[in-house]
Write a new protein. Structure first.
Length: 194
């Protein structure tokens, strides 16, 4: 059976002025996105540029003000991202997340993705940051990131075989020479970390 993912039609985003791949939108725009989302087969969504797959993308910060950075190993299925570094934890919204209230569907998916990827000691708060829209690559053109920061006591990666993890503070980012994936670059610039 083919995976189904939550998408919106690009026309829903008309009128939003994205700046350098990132923008902050008001709650009513988020509601419009959620209320117009629907599920389709992922294999269709991956190639249909008239739609965007909605992806919660969560930066995790600990009590030392460090950001969790993960490196995707070659054992991970998405070959296009092997060896790249990421500050975002997230993934697709699936029918298992569905609720009669579309906003809850989104947060169910966000919560499920965080818990699939991480052991979290204590989630203290979750803060909305903005939207990531990057039309520079074939892959990014069919995805819409909704960026959050999760403030935690501590967290640890579950899939050690698929990811290497490190915690970095602002000065670590300044001297870091690894290659970040596209959305991570946008997210870090939005947070003025790099």
């Amino acid at each position: 059976m083919n995976e189904k993912v939550w998408v919106i039609d690009n026309e829903v985003l008309n009128g939003i002025n994205f700046f350098n791949g990132f923008t902050i939108v008001e709650q009513n725009i988020l509601e419009k996105i959620f209320n117009n989302a629907y599920f389709i087969d992922r294999n269709i969504a991956e190639t249909d540029e008239s739609k965007k797959q909605i992806i919660p993308y969560v930066i995790v910060k600990n009590e030392k003000n460090q950001i969790l950075v993960v490196q995707r190993t070659k054992k991970q299925t998405e070959k296009r991202l092997h060896n790249l570094y990421s500050v975002g934890i997230g993934g697709h919204i699936n029918p298992i997340d569905q609720n009669d209230i579309s906003e809850i569907t989104f947060y169910n998916g966000l919560n499920r993705e965080l818990n699939e990827e991480l052991y979290i000691d204590k989630l203290k708060s979750l803060e909305y940051v903005g939207l990531i829209l990057d039309n520079s690559t074939e892959v990014s053109r069919v995805h819409l990131g909704i960026l959050f920061i999760a403030y935690v006591t501590n967290a640890d990666i579950r899939e050690k075989e698929n990811f290497n993890e490190l915690w970095m503070n602002d000065s670590d980012f300044q001297k870091f020479d690894g290659e970040f994936e596209g959305w991570s670059k946008i997210a870090l610039k939005a947070l003025e970390v790099i």
